[in-house]
Design a protein around this ligand. Structure first.
Ligand code: AOS
Ligand code: ZN
Ligand code: ZN
Length: 388
């Protein structure tokens, strides 16, 4: 059983990255409800992400999305983030929001459009060079809506070709994180629909290619912790896009729908050594706050990831191994459930106090006056939103 100070040491080392797009307005295809104080520029998104870090102490980076966060000078943006107390994290490419991509991006039957998509991915690596970001996150909306619409196998060939060109371009500590998603926007075939497809491509590509597990991207009932255990064992778990879902890719606050699942996932992360920063697993959030306030939504998610991690670290692994090897089915399950049922909020409160933070980050943020200030200061000008 790890000691409290060991658990705290590991929690202090954990890093959770927030996404720039979580701070802008978002919604569904039916309606986007604008909120007061939402950022108008990428710098303002960085300011808001810095608040999440200031109150939680474990969210020191923000992921960018290109072109939503396009600027002229990325090195200057990196300095801006540094001055705000955080750094720029993963670069998320976007090859899904251009009319040209109606029939796909890197898997499009038209070679001109494939070239355009690849050029964007390579441009994202140039941006990484300027920002110092280590991770390129790739999610493809590519797929088809009707049987016969395109050649499923040829699309895999085109995908492999584009991924290889990107892999080839990476240098230094850079890597690519390939994200999969069961469906949406394509409704018949998706070119990277599941972890197996992503894993197979990454395996073929080489060491700089790893899989990103977005927790909202599976069929209902999928055992995500199994996927996590498998990928970690294979050295191919690169990152998480954490969020929660009740139905499909709902992008709700982490741990809101199923805190037990989040615990089970984090237990497999801990079991496989993935919580050790040296393992290089990036814990990112991928959320769209449609009705809840943005910064509080991110703070809540960061705290929920931390809570699940603390519970996972609390599992008495020796007792678990003993129960497992003696075939004590109920005893083994009890060991896991004991940790899940433990209230770790006092432990996290202590940890934050030791870091000089308020034990309750959300309450402290709400008291800080920041929300009122941005609502007043950002009253004019166009707000950033999903897609802008
Ligand atoms: C899309 O469903 C994926 O979750 C992406 O990771 C992400 O939400 C999008 O690319 C925004 O960057
Ligand atoms: Zn995602
Ligand atoms: Zn998604």
């Amino acid at each position: 059983m790890p000691t409290t100070s060991e658990i705290k040491r590991q929690l202090r080392a954990q890093r959770i990255e927030t996404p720039s797009w979580a701070y802008g307005n978002s919604g569904t295809r039916f309606k986007v409800f604008a909120q007061p104080g939402v950022p108008r520029t990428v710098e303002e998104k960085i300011d808001d992400a810095a608040q999440v870090h200031a109150f939680t102490g474990v969210a020191p980076s923000v992921a960018l999305h290109i072109p939503w966060d396009r600027v002229d000078d990325y090195s200057a943006l990196a300095r801006y983030a540094e001055d705000a107390g955080i750094r720029l994290g993963a670069i998320n490419a976007n090859v899904f929001q251009d009319d040209d991509y109606k029939l796909g991006s890197v898997t499009n039957p038209d070679p001109r459009i494939r070239r355009k998509a690849l050029d964007h991915l390579l441009e994202c690596v140039d941006i990484m060079d300027a920002t110092g970001s280590g991770d390129l996150k790739l999610w493809f909306a590519d797929g088809t809506n009707y049987p016969g619409q395109d050649d499923i196998r040829a699309r895999q060939d085109r995908l492999a070709e584009a991924l290889a060109a990107v892999h080839q371009r990476l240098g230094g500590d850079q890597r690519m994180l390939l994200e999969y998603k069961l469906f949406e926007p394509a409704f018949y075939t998706t070119d990277v629909p599941d972890w197996g497809t992503a894993y197979a491509h990454c395996l073929q590509l080489g060491d700089r290619a790893q899989v990103c597990v977005d927790t909202g991207h599976h069929a209902p009932g999928t055992n995500i912790e199994f996927i996590v255990a498998f990928l970690l064992r294979a050295g191919k778990l690169g990152a998480f896009d954490f969020n929660s879902r009740f139905y499909a890719d709902d992008d709700l606050m982490v741990g809101a729908a199923d805190p037990f699942q989040l615990f089970r996932i984090m237990f497999e992360v801990v079991r496989g050594g993935g919580h050790d920063p040296a393992a290089g697993v990036a814990f990112m959030l991928d959320q769209c706050h449609n009705v809840e306030p943005k910064i509080p939504g991110q703070i809540r998610s960061v705290c929920n990831v931390q809570e699940a991690t603390a519970k996972a670290l609390l599992v008495d692994r020796d007792a678990l191994a003993a129960a497992q090897s003696s075939g004590d089915v109920i005893g083994a399950n009890d060991v896991l459930m004991d940790a899940f049922r433990t209230d770790v909020r006092p432990l996290l409160g202590e940890l934050r106090a030791e870091l000089g933070l308020d034990p309750d980050p959300l309450a402290a943020y709400l008291r800080s006056g920041y929300q009122e200030r941005i609502a007043a200061d950002r009253a004019s000008g166009a707000q950033a939103g999903w897609g802008a």
